[in-house]
Design a protein around this ligand. Sequence first.
Ligand code: URA
Length: 261
Amino acid sequence: MGAPCYHLGFGREDLGEHPPVLALICGDPARADRLAGDRRWVEHRSLAAHRGLHSHLCRLPDGRPVLVGTHGMGAPSLSIVVNELISLGIRQIIRMGTCGAIQEHIHAGDLVISSGALCRQGAALDIAPRDYPAVADPFFTTALYRAALSLELPVHLGITASVDTFFEGQERSEVPHLLRRLRGITAEYRDLRLLSYEMECGTLFKMGGVYGFAAACICAVIAERMSGDEVFRQTITGAEDRAMDVVFRMLTDTTWAGGGD
Ligand code: URA
């Protein structure tokens, strides 16, 4: 059946007779653990906790298995995890992350669902040409958005700036030196109607397009970048819970057949 994946630390034989096709992944291993521990799963077991990549196999009430895992920080780490997930038979990936709002009307605690990304990421250049579109799976994305609306949650659908760095690339004021080309970039992105900054979905979307899997991204807003650099730590857990509510609502909606082709 093959060796465990080098980075994830588990392999096909750990996934049982009916392996999952859907993975929910996030940057923070503690968030992956919290998501896997949600009482709405009827079953869950840990698969591995290798190199900070915590992975779990969970089961929905209708019996469907779902892989809940960690992609680490930034696009290079995500690209490694996604390659290994694909080799294990995963065909649908939802990133559940956090982001910083770059529109005044988007607030900490809200949700952003990305329809696509302005992808300013080095890892993506090893996967597709710079001009290759970074677009989310339209079926998954619409299903997530509808689920959030049905729960009456504050949700925004649009384009995200997906960049390599949290400090320089997102124009945080505490960096010792900021390149001239990055000065004013946040206001420019706001004017281009981008909703948020995060660090992985652009590469995830390009990988989805090139490798042929359905990719989507829902993020909890934890910073309001038009007014400052601060991360509002007290909003993180509540906003993550909302994102989990949306994903569970989508997965248990019997009218939804799943994304991809
Ligand atoms: N993630 C980011 O990449 N930026 C933020 O401001 C918050 C979360």
